[in-house]
Design a binder for this molecule. Structure first.
Ligand code: HDE
Length: 704
């Protein structure tokens, strides 16, 4: 009777990374699993601790007979497998989570009692999850979409969740509208597509009937929604929150995360191609950065303002469709966040982490923003169905790292085992059960409220176009062109002509030139009428801080350079480009027709990091092409090689070429400009590689 060979192979395997890790052989009460006899590995057991002798063959009545129901090992394994998936998040299903810390550099003692914001130098552990919004958990990393930016700080005074986005405003002003917005953006219910895309009828239909979304529309149509890397996006708390000091006085605050690497976006055509080349582009980029010790870092900055100051703003700061321009209330940097540890287990941490904007600590409080007020209910409610139990706070990734305890008991999947007779408060029977602590406990801001109860949108929320216009006129010409083209692309996917027209009508309130560009891009016969505006459009000063290009850094730090080589390439040039790019902070990858490597001109073998067909230039920020005449001739017949250089050129990247590689450029019909550099001049290449070649754009693309 022969046994499946895999069990014997498995025994020979060396200890893998996972088996040596903390946490994978814990008993339910958290103790280390006792070692059971079984050789150098811990014994494989059932969930009841029974050692398993054969993990490859189920129990059968005879070698070719039926499988027996009696096989408790098979049943346990398959049952667990059947239940491995939990409902994915209704929004933000696809995310990347990383551990890190927050370090305070500037105390806000004057404004708050929260220790995390007053103890300079203190490092608070945290878990950050960055996500797309519309797509399912298995969707691509690079749709045009908002990115969620959620941070769970495990402070000494309890968990504080700052659950924000990479855009400082939102689509709607009231939480009651959220389910409609999400139903409109998600795949259309009758057909089940499109996945992870706003470019379809139901989204734009809803938006065209929701003028308050126009400011957000400007942001999502900008290149902010097609980031190069999760390490190169900003984060915003969006709503106003309150800080409360020792004297009980409160100050409004907006939170901003600013990436140390600067902002960086992709070009739309590039984004589309990245989705095919690497659906995990952002997750992989983050993983590789953490694994190589290039820990991404953000500054935490705040905008602080009083009620009196807020009363002078030309908008209502409680309205989430508005932002406070940095020129009006400057940013004050108070600390930094460093992400430095990849989770041990994706499901246990990234999937099970449960953010709730309602998780705040003493010294911080909510504002009356009606969107925030609705969120305070929604998140805890969604976790109950997603994680299946009111005890989700006991899951390690969600549990506070400070002592916590109360008299809540029992419930589905209770992990604690509290002792004693007393499970209530006040009580006189127990000396050491948890009690209220008025002095250090949480207190809400003492705010006087008055007014008429009702379902009323305040008059101060009526202006839907002024900040949308301010955003548009603050952008550089390149950004305006990208934004107009994005609108043309999205609306071109909308089948209902009246929806396209309604959108162009709204644009007329924002900027007549933008509306004309989009109308021309859609080949509209005549300009649609603008809808009636609920409030006059104010002419606000441009705010350069709203630009993306203005916040890009000329750097190769955190960027990637690809070097395309083939048999006969010049090893010395490759080496010098590689060194220069690495010294400038880039990751360098060698791309060759065969992954095993390439035979250089001097006969030496150079191993490749990727095969040409699987590593197109869209995966890099700049490329070098080093080829012999024969190599160029060979690659000139290879469409992947032609695409490599043509895309790099079209996506405004610097290209270093040696003499041989010029032949490939010629076949690919790639022209010469300041960004196409002689590979022997490594300094010129590095200088060009640090930025996009914006001047080239007009020669490679017709933008709306
Ligand atoms: Fe969310 N949102 N949201 N949202 N949101 C969720 O909670 C909701 C809003 C944001 O990585 C859900 O755990 C309502 C604004 C992030 O796990 C859900 C409203 C902002 C994440 C939910 C909003 C966000 C979520 C789905 C309108 C930026 C992912 C799963 C009132 C400030 C967190 C979950 C993570 C997730 C509800 C609007 C950010 C259903 C009702 C505004 C980053 O509870």
């Amino acid at each position: 009777m022969s046994k499946d060979k895999t069990s014997r192979h498995a025994e020979k395997r060396t200890k893998d990374r996972g088996s040596a890790r903390r946490g994978d052989s814990l008993t339910a009460d958290g103790g280390e699993l006792h070692q059971i006899a079984g050789g150098e590995h811990p014994a494989l057991t059932t969930n009841q601790g029974v050692a398993i002798s054969d993990n490859q063959n189920s129990l059968k009545a005879n070698p070719r007979g039926p499988t027996l129901l009696e096989d408790f090992i098979l049943r346990e394994k398959i049952t667990h497998f059947d239940h491995e998936r939990i409902p994915e998040r209704i929004v933000h299903a696809r995310g990347t989570g990383v551990h890190g810390f927050f370090e305070l550099t500037e105390s806000l003692e004057q404004y708050t009692t929260a220790k995390i914001l007053t103890e300079v130098g203190e490092k608070t552990p945290l878990f950050t999850r960055i996500s797309t919004v519309a797509g399912g958990s298995g969707s691509i990393d690079t749709p045009r979409d908002v990115r969620g930016f959620a941070v769970k700080f495990y402070t000494k005074e309890g968990n504080w969740d700052l659950v924000g986005n990479n855009i400082p405003v939102f689509f709607i002003q009231d939480a009651i509208k959220f389910p409609d917005l999400v139903h409109a953006v998600k795949m259309e219910p009758d057909r089940g597509f499109p996945q992870a895309a706003t470019a379809h009828d139901t989204f734009w239909d809803y938006i065209s009937l929701t003028p308050e979304s126009m400011h957000m529309v400007m942001w999502i149509m900008s290149d902010r929604t097609i980031p190069r890397s999760l390490r190169m996006i900003e984060g915003f708390g969006v709503h106003s929150f309150r800080l409360i000091n020792d004297a009980g006085e409160s100050t409004f605050v907006k939170f901003h995360w600013r990436p140390k690497l600067g902002l960086q976006s992709t070009i739309w055509d590039e984004t589309v191609k990245i989705a095919g080349a690497d659906p995990d582009f952002h997750r992989r980029d983050m993983f590789e950065a953490i694994e190589s010790g290039n820990f991404p870092e953000w500054e935490l900055a705040v905008q602080l303002f009083t009620q009196e100051e807020a009363d002078t703003f030309p908008f209502d700061h409680l309205d989430s469709t508005k932002l406070i321009p940095e020129e009006l209330v400057p940013l004050k940097v108070i600390g930094r966040m460093v992400l430095d540890r990849w989770p041990d287990n994706f499901f246990a941490e990234t999937e099970q982490v449960a953010y709730c904007p309602g998780n705040i600590v003493p010294g911080i409080d909510f504002s009356n923003d009606p969107l925030l007020q609705g969120r305070l209910f929604s998140y805890i409610d969604t976790q109950l169905s997603r994680l299946g139990s009111p005890n989700f706070h006991q899951i390690p990734i969600n549990a506070p790292k400070c002592p916590f305890g109360n008299h809540q008991r029992d419930g589905h999947m209770q992990m604690g085992q509290p002792g004693g007779r007393v499970a209530y408060e006040p009580n006189s029977l127990s000396e050491n059960s948890p009690r209220e602590t008025p002095a250090k406990g949480f207190h809400s801001a003492n705010i006087f409220e008055k007014g008429d109860k009702g379902r009323i949108r305040p008059e101060s929320f009526a202006d839907h176009y002024s900040q949308a216009r301010q955003f548009y006129i603050s952008q550089t010409a390149h950004e305006q062109a990208h934004l107009a083209s994005a609108l043309v692309f999205e609306l071109s996917k909308v089948e209902h002509v009246h929806v396209r027209e309604a959108m162009v009508g709204h644009l007329r309130h924002i900027d007549e030139d933008l509306a004309c560009r989009v109308a021309a891009g859609l080949a509209m016969g005549k300009m649609p009428d603008a809808p009636e505006a609920a409030a006059p459009v104010q002419e606000l000063e441009p705010s350069p801080a709203l630009q993306l290009i203005g916040k890009m850094k000329d750097t190769l730090m955190g960027r990637a350079v690809g070097i395309l080589v083939a048999d006969g390439s010049d090893g010395a040039i490759i080496k010098s480009i590689k060194k220069a790019a690495t010294d400038a902070g880039a990751t360098v990858k060698i791309v060759a027709p065969k992954v095993g490597g390439t035979k250089l001109a001097d006969g030496a073998m150079l191993a490749a990091d990727g095969q040409l067909a699987g590593m197109p230039s869209v995966l890099f920020d700049a490329v070098a092409v080093i080829l012999s005449d024969e190599g160029a001739q060979m690659l000139s017949k290879e469409s992947a090689a032609i695409d490599f250089v043509r895309d790099a050129f079209g996506h405004l990247k610097a290209i270093a070429v040696d003499k041989g590689a010029q032949a490939l450029l010629k076949t690919a019909n790639v022209g010469q400009d300041a960004g196409v550099v002689d590979a022997n001049n490594k300094d010129a290449f590095i200088a060009a590689a640090k930025t996009r070649q914006w001047d080239r754009e007009k020669s490679v693309r017709t933008l709306a």
